[in-house]
Design a protein around this ligand. Sequence first.
Ligand code: BGC
Length: 763
Amino acid sequence: MERENIKELISQMTLEEKASLCSGLDFWHTKGVERLGIPSEMVCDGPHGLRKQDDAADHLGINDSIKAVCFPAGCATASSFNRDLVRKLGETLGEECQAEHVSTILGPAMNIKRSPLCGRNFEYYSEDPYVSTEIAGALVHGVQSKHVGTSPKHFMANNQEYHRMTSSSEMDERTMREIYLASFERMVKNEKPWTIMNSYNKLNGTYLCENKEILTDILRKEWGFDGYVMTDWGAMDDRVEALKAGCNLEMPSCGGVTDAEIVAAVQEGTLDEAVLDQCCEEFLNIIFQYEENRDKDAVFQFERDHGLARQIEEECIVLLKNEGAVLPLSPDKNVAFIGKYAKAPRYQGGGSSHINSYKVESALDAVEFAKNVRKDRIVFAQGYDDKEDRIDEELCAEAVEKAQNADVAVIFAGLPDNFESEGYDRKHMRMPDCQNHLIEAVAAVQPNTIVVLHNGAPVEMPWIDQVKGVLEAYLGGQAVGGAVVNVLYGNANPSGRLAETFPLRLQDTPCYLTFGGEHDKSVYAEGIFVGYRYYTSKDMRVLFPFGHGLSYTTFAYKNLSVDKKVFNENESLNISVDVTNTGTRFGKEVIQLYVAPKGGTVIRPLRELRAFDKIGLNPGETKTVTFVLDKRAFAYWNTEIHNWRVESGAYEIQIGENAQDIVLSNTVTVNSVTDIPKVYTRNSTMGEILEDPKGKEIFQKTMAQILGDNAQLIAAQEDNSGAINEEMMTAMAEGMPLRQMLSFIPGVSRNVLEELINKLNEK
Ligand code: BGC
């Protein structure tokens, strides 16, 4: 419906009707206005499948929803680094929504993984805002191409589960812009999500639902969002304030209470009715977009989508370690599949994203039909139980015996459900003791031990040196077993890369000392140094770096070239690099481009990921991969101009196998063309002034004049301080405020100082 017609419709609505649109009808529906033909629409959870509930509604994953297909969770899909694949996932979800008459899927969940401890990290994408925003963008694009809405969430700074409904995430402006807003920014600008879900928490003391700066000034005005904002379930605080701030829809139902508050506020004159009209217009525009593009013929294709879930997971699995090329397995090897998760995989997390999978494919199921696998060569031992963390000697002994008699042992391990979930954070990064014990016991008798991990976030691996191979399957969806078997036996060549760092220990993580916060304040003291930005800047050892992932083939990089060596910030830089598959099988490689400033006056991470691409290569094949970088790739957020700023200087363009291992680099010089007008005061330092060419000239002239008049006096002073040489003098003067000249430089009076400051500030 045209905007004009929507406006016309709103003009026919009563105040009460308009206010009623501002909250949900029930748990999963928006309200309609029957007499005006405004439909009530269903929204439903996901985002890695459909969680469509009927009567027994809840938002914590307690009651069942309709049977659906569970795709890999966000932790996994981000590791694919494959935008096309994620877009395909989005398209499929969009079709499923059309088939189920769902107008909007509540996702993607895309908060930054500030700490590995956040209970919902399994749903989120990355510690890096660029990966997060790109993968989310691909999903949003796919879903919306089917005329179904998305609701990227939780906007914003919802990086812990502890007190998520009351805690305030406290951060400085630069951190907010470069990390936490950046995770949403490109996705919003490029993909225009139909809706956004604001988070429960506060940001610097203001609940997100009431945060005008975030919901209106930044989201709508700066980024061009034109959909509607809905609250997370029960995240409403003050309804009228929230409406003024730009929050359109309160979910779920308010039982009429806050609708009445809106009506009263308009009647009392504390809320301008135009604000309410605007809110309804934004909301109805989306409602009609869906309604007018219904695909009534869509059908939920369970088997097809199950196959896609397996195919996606195959690209998400990350081969972390492969010593002596223990993988892929050859079919004639006798293999012991050990661990409960070989039979009953952990493939999704707990809470609102919990899908009622119509079937689950375990690794043991998959050996029945997978290619290049001989099921008569495979034995199984349960090894542990994941209901409680207790070492079961009998189960362990059986596993050890089977492992000993086989050529290879594959242990299916990871985190049990109660170790990570929506609603609470992890307390540590350890796997259950019983699983660590089992891995060590098996590895002690079987030199060819491989661990397959089913978990939503990094774990410590005390046994890493004792095993030959590690596959990170993450929470891989209902077809995880088939995907794992295909990777184990080489039917699929692993190509996932870590979208997060695996630190050696929790104590190494950037926010170890402050995560969770105190007194409902969580201070983001590590600032922009999140994830690899921290570890690489400190040159720290980690278990596996961001971007890491092995393949069954090898790749070589050559000819990193740039189309210009010196350019100004408004020009774009074209980069190309040749990648060759130097191994013997087809494989996919993720090309990671980092930018590293070489100097400058601003505190910055050693390097930041600014582009990536994923390509497939046959053995011996070479492809040229190209990237275009714009100003933003070199910029940081400047808090004087409240905008992105590039410092003039040298930057290295780096191609990395991961955030730690750079294989090629090339230096370019970028020149800023944006002047930050300087205002000098008596507290400006000599250093600041001398750095500015105009300031330097004026300062030197004034000094020459004063020194000329007082040369003898000054020479005498210098004689007395024989311990200080010229270099030391310069270094000390650098930080000296102008006002100190009054005390130390004879001939500088208040008048002289004022005159100097005036001259410096002259335009
Ligand atoms: C979660 C959201 C979810 C909503 C509806 C909330 O508790 O934080 O991610 O979409 O419930 O189930």
